[in-house]
Design a protein around this ligand. Structure first.
Ligand code: NAD
Length: 257
């Protein structure tokens, strides 16, 4: 088992990447703290893990709130005695997020508060716990849009993911001598609720698919497998990376027909 005796906290664990990662990490031996603003759905993730004989506990937290993030880390240590892996994965892509001219300030603030400040809070309160455990791995979910201009405008989301990526690099450098690794996981477009709700017409979906050499959306499970590598000691010399899992999207100039 690749995460034997590890304790992993995963935000956004009620759905998509977070839920798949929670199930996978537990199968690989980790005790999982499944954090989400949607407590009922986080409890469903925990029930699914327990049904397979794994160890998990649900915790409600809104990652844009400092007190919630402090409490979720304390909960992890109280439940399972330590924290080894911090997966800052919760995020939103708001339907009213558009180009700079059309996007309301409130959408900008909401998106930045959850996607960027949420990662900051996860690190602010998670790092002291990782130190107490003698080190660990932080995985911050960014996106390919931190590296490429998006064809469908989503200015607040794109800015928030740029912040996650640059924050990750600095964190990796600052904490490298503390045995704390910090990597940004950069998924390409996925067939999860977040993106399918945003690309709400077939035309918008096809517009995005045009850019992906593999010609399909990725699956949450394919990102969870990459997160597993970054969480485990197999990636012991990997820190500060933009770990792309994107079906070849960022490598493409023109995609094959
Ligand atoms: P999802 O919508 O399936 O899951 C996101 C989860 O985060 C939900 O359970 C939601 O309740 C939770 N959440 C939202 N706001 C929260 C808050 N304030 N506090 C705590 N939990 C909150 O989405 P997903 O596709 O699994 O996305 C996970 C991460 O991956 C996000 O950061 C997203 O930006 C990123 N990402 C997704 C894609 C994609 O195409 N789906 C691509 C690149 C990056």
């Amino acid at each position: 088992m690749r995460l034997r005796d590890k304790v992993a906290l995963i935000t956004g664990a009620a759905s998509g990447i977070g839920r798949e990662a929670a199930l996978l990490f537990a199968r690989e031996g980790a005790a999982v703290v499944a954090v989400d603003v949607n407590e009922l759905a986080a409890q469903e993730t925990v029930a699914a893990i327990e049904q397979e004989g794994g160890r998990a506990a649900a915790c409600r937290a809104d990652v844009s709130k400092a007190a919630d993030c402090e409490q979720m880390v304390a909960f992890a240590e109280a439940q399972f005695g330590k924290l080894d892996v911090m997966f800052n994965n919760a995020g939103i892509m708001h339907g009213a997020d558009d180009d700079a001219v059309s996007t309301e300030e409130a959408i900008w603030d909401l998106t930045m508060n959850i996607n960027a400040k949420g990662v900051f809070f996860g690190c602010k309160y998670g790092i002291p716990a990782l130190r107490r455990a003698g080190g660990g791995s932080i995985i911050n979910t960014a996106s390919f849009v931190a590296l490429m201009g998006a064809a469908t405008p989503q200015i607040a989301y794109t800015a928030s993911k740029g912040a996650v990526l640059s924050m990750t690099r600095e964190l990796a450098v600052i904490h490298a001598r503390e045995n704390i690794r910090v990597n940004a996981l950069c998924p390409g477009p996925l067939r999860t609720k977040l993106l399918m709700d945003f690309l709400d017409t077939e035309e918008k979906k096809q517009r995005r698919l045009v850019h992906i050499p593999m010609g399909r959306f990725g699956e949450a499970k394919e990102i969870a497998l990459a997160a597993l590598y970054l969480a485990s000691d197999e990636s012991s010399y990997v820190t500060g990376t933009e770990f792309l899992v994107d079906g070849g999207l960022t490598a493409a100039y023109v995609t094959p027909k």
